[in-house]
Design a protein around this ligand. Structure first.
Ligand SMILES: Nc1ncnc2c1ncn2[C@@H]1O[C@H](COP(=O)(O)OP(=O)(O)O)[C@@H](O)[C@H]1O
Ligand SMILES: [Mg+2]
Length: 296
């Protein structure tokens, strides 16, 4: 009997909310170990900053998630795709679910803005009439509809990155990866790009954005996964980032795992009280709303 049609899914390591999972993933390039036993998960709808100095392995993590590289050991799960079971012909399907933007934008500079965005839909076979509508809609969304006829090369860096983002999301991926998308942009323009990523995330897409700028990311109160020399050295969830945020002295130190542990202990001690009262409030609210369901 042949196997039931190939199903690259069904990992035991992942629950239904998880859209990305690295499970003891290592990545070796010839001599160098780019990633060393890295494990973390990203939930559906989550926003994650992936931080670390140059050479830490950020791009390598993102390449594993795109399945542009396969782990030398361990496993990577992206949606229903498992690195240990995926076939070459599954990869285009995976790529449809994962939009990507890069530091250097990677636009076709001699093509118009709308052509750059439309190509992403042509390669997946969307009808021309539909492409036109979708391109107009997504360009509107990133605030560049009025520049749709211009050649990409005539746009500023920030605008080019917004076109690249439009191209990355037009096929409605579940996941958006951004590899140092603000690396070539000045702070004000970087902020616009990050705001756009937040809006995309708010619309339900999981976003993983890498950056070497660990000071910049702390202000946002989102989850921060830290890498150094190919190892995961910190993972501070948004709840903790936000809590520590309200205590500046604590927020300054949320980078390394050992530091993060100290922060956790400190934060946890005063979190308990907050959590207890929140739980009490929640349970009284939910009993209210259950009672409310009876009514109109
Ligand atoms: N194609 C490659 N061949 C060999 N070594 C590589 C390759 N890509 C990355 N590396 C090495 O892997 C490590 C991690 O690189 P990378 O993931 O690009 O880090 P980051 O994006 O954080 O700067 C670095 O030591 C880098 O030199
Ligand atoms: Mg990189």
């Amino acid at each position: 009997m042949s196997q039931p049609s190939h199903d690259p899914s069904a990992s035991s390591n992942v629950d239904a909310r998880t859209v990305i999972s690295l499970y003891h993933a290592s990545l070796r390039y010839d001599e160098s170990l780019a990633l060393d036993d890295v494990s973390f998960r990203v939930d559906n709808g989550e926003f994650v900053f992936l931080v670390g100095p140059s050479g830490a392995g950020k791009s390598s993590v993102l390449r594993l998630i795109m399945m542009e590289e396969m782990p030398s050991s361990g496993e990577v799960v992206v949606g229903r795709f498992l690195s240990t079971r995926v076939r070459r012909r599954d990869i285009p399907h995976l790529r449809r679910e994962v939009g990507v933007v890069f530091q250097d934008f990677r636009l076709l500079l001699d093509r118009s803005v709308e052509e750059n965005v439309a190509f992403a839909q042509m390669v997946v076979g969307v009808r021309r009439s539909q492409i036109k509508k979708n391109v107009a809609q997504v360009l509107n969304w990133v605030g560049l509809y009025h520049k749709r006829k211009q050649l990409a090369r005539t746009l500023s860096g920030g605008e080019q990155q917004r076109v690249a983002i439009a191209r990355a999301i037009i096929n409605r991926p579940k996941i958006l990866l951004a590899d140092e998308p603000t690396g070539n942009l000045d702070p004000e323009v970087s902020q616009e790009v990050i705001d756009l990523l937040f809006r995309i995330n708010a619309a339900g897409t999981s976003v993983v954005m890498s950056t070497h700028d660990h000071l910049m990311v702390r202000q946002y109160g989102e989850r921060i996964v830290s890498l150094d020399s190919g190892r995961l050295v910190g993972d501070v969830d948004r709840f903790r980032v936000r809590k520590s945020h309200s205590k500046r002295s604590v927020a300054e130190r949320v980078v390394r795992t050992d530091e993060a542990d100290a922060v956790r202990r400190e934060v946890e001690s005063w979190e308990h009280a907050i959590l207890d009262s929140a739980r009490a409030r929640e349970s009284s609210l939910s009993s209210d709303s259950e009672a409310g369901r009876e009514g109109p």
